[in-house]
Design a protein. Structure first.
Length: 185
């Protein structure tokens, strides 16, 4: 009789463990889906913001003028990029124990934003120093956009398990350092 009670207790415990493992697996799958959606919602807007910045910078460099509206647009777009990079770095720090990939790029873009914010008034003409600064920004953004083109961001659905998104962040820092653009601003 005692043996039957113990066997029944073992079966109940075993069933509870199996049910709990299934529950954990379902929860982990939901969390992975949430993180993957966040990765896609952070990486793709960075590319679009960089493209919009390139258009504004091209127009300003070609015309040697920058309007107040363009200054505000550059500032807002740079702010969005920095926020998205910071969020990506937060996800990265939870998933891996490596250095924060993207930190050099984030700091550089933050310094760009501070520079843009320091320009006051609606500029009609750019002086030579401002023009050179905008050309540096254009070079930085071109470097980052080339990474996005190489990795084919538009067609990629990033997943936590393939870590391709992490290679994008790492390449950003590597290419910025390789082209000696990290000292700008």
């Amino acid at each position: 009789m005692k043996r039957k009670i113990w066997m029944l207790l073992y079966y109940v415990i075993f069933i509870c463990i199996v049910v709990y493992c299934i529950h954990l697996r379902v929860q982990n799958h939901k969390l992975e889906g949430y993180v993957n959606e966040n990765l896609n919602n952070l990486l793709k807007p960075i590319e679009l913001d960089l493209q919009q910045n390139q258009e504004i910078l091209n127009k300003a460099i070609n015309s040697h003028a920058l309007s107040m509206m363009d200054l505000q647009s550059l500032s807002l777009l740079l702010n969005d990029i920095v926020i998205n990079l910071n969020d990506l770095m937060t996800i990265e720090s939870h998933i891996t124990d490596t250095e924060k990939a993207g930190s050099i790029t984030k700091e550089l873009l933050f310094r760009e934003k501070k520079y843009i914010d320091s320009i006051r008034g609606g500029l009609t003409r750019l002086n030579e120093e401002q023009l050179q600064s905008l050309k540096k920004m254009k070079a930085i953004h071109s470097t980052l956009l080339n990474i996005y083109a190489d990795e084919d961001i538009a067609k990629t659905h990033f997943k936590v398990t393939n870590e391709k998104w992490l290679s994008v962040l790492k390449r950003m820092d590597q290419d910025i350092v390789k082209k000696d653009l990290d000292g700008a601003f």
